[in-house]
Design a binder for this molecule. Sequence first.
Ligand code: MG
Length: 376
Amino acid sequence: MSTEHRIRSGRVHLVEIPVTETHSHGSGDVDVVKTVILELTTESGLTGWGEASPWPVFTGTPEATIGALTNYFLPMVVGRDPSQVEVLLAEADKAVVHCPEAKAALETALLDITGRALGVPIHDLLGGCHRDQVPLSFSIANPDFDEDFGKAERLVADGVGIFKLKTGFRDHAFDIMRVEKLRAAFDDTVDLRIDYNQGMTAHDALPRLRDFENFRLTFIEQPVPRDNLEAMAHFTQALTTPVMADESVFNPREALVGAERRIADIFSLKIMKSGGMRRALEVAAIARAAGIGVYGGCMFETGIAHAAGAQLMAALPALDLGCEFYMSSYYLREDILAEPFPVQAGQVHIPKAPGLGVEVDRDRLAKYTVESVPAG
Ligand code: MG
C-alpha cells in the first residue's frame, strides 16, 4: 500500500473485565477476563485493532504477551507497510518463539488497517466469504448447574441450539447428571458436546468416556493432557462419539502430527493457539486434507478477538461444527465494542464492514484498562 498508510505508532492496553459468573474447567476456574488490546495507528490516521487473550494454563501469560508486543513486535512494525502481513509475521516468528496470542493480535491489527485502507472486510483479504452466519455454541461451565440450566432454557428460547458442557472439574456423576438433564429437557432439539480441558487421567478415562456414548454427543473434547497423543489416538479409535483435539493442536506442525497419528476426528481452531487467522487456515488445510473436521473456538476475550475469529470462520472452505463466540454476548459484564457483537437467533453474523468490521468504544476501553503501554 502507499506510504501514507505506514505504521506510525502503537499502544498496548491490559484490560480486565468482570464476568457474569464463574467458568469452571478441567484446567481451572476463570472469574475475570484479562486480555491485551493492541492499537496500531498509521501516518494517514487509520487505527487498527487487535487482541491477545492469554490464559496462563493454556496458551501463555499476559506479561509475556505484553513483553512480546512492546519490546519486539511494535519496534519491528513501526514505519512498515501493514499490508505486508505474511512478511511481518515471518519476522515476528523469527524474533520471538511461542507467544501465539501476541502474534494473533499483531496480525489482526495489520489486517484491520489493510482492510480499512482498501475498503474491504478481512475475510476478503483471506480469500473471500464462504458463509454469512455460523451456529453459536454456548459453554455450560457454571459450578452451580441450576443457574446454568435456567440459562440454557433462556438461550434455547433465544435460538441457541448448541451447548458444550465443561466437564472434569468435579466428579463424574456430576458430569453425567448434567448431560442427562439437558438431553431429557431438550431431547434432540439441542446439539450437546463435552470438553474436559485435559482434566482426565488416561488410565481411568475410557470407561468414563464410554458412559457418555448413549447421549448422542457431537464430540468429546480434549479429555487428557495435550502431550498425551497416544491416549487421544486410542480414544479416537475406541469411541463411537467423535473426539476433538483442542489443547493438543495449536499450530500447523501440531496439526500435521495430530493428523498423522489420528489423535482426533475434529480439530478446534483458535487464533490464540495458531498465532492468527492465516496460521489457523493452514491448520484447517491440513485437517481438510486428512479428512478431519474443524470447529471455531475462542478464548476468554472481547468482541475484538471474536470479530477476528468470525472473519476466519467466514474464510474457511469447510466449517463443520459451529463456533463459540459467546463471551461478548453472554459472559462479559460489558464489552468494549461500540455496537454489540452480532449474535442473533443463535447465529454469529459475519461482520461485513471494512477491516474487522467492528468499532471499539474508547470510553469503555479506558474504563477497563489497568495498564497502557505506548510503543514505537
Ligand atoms: Mg476446549
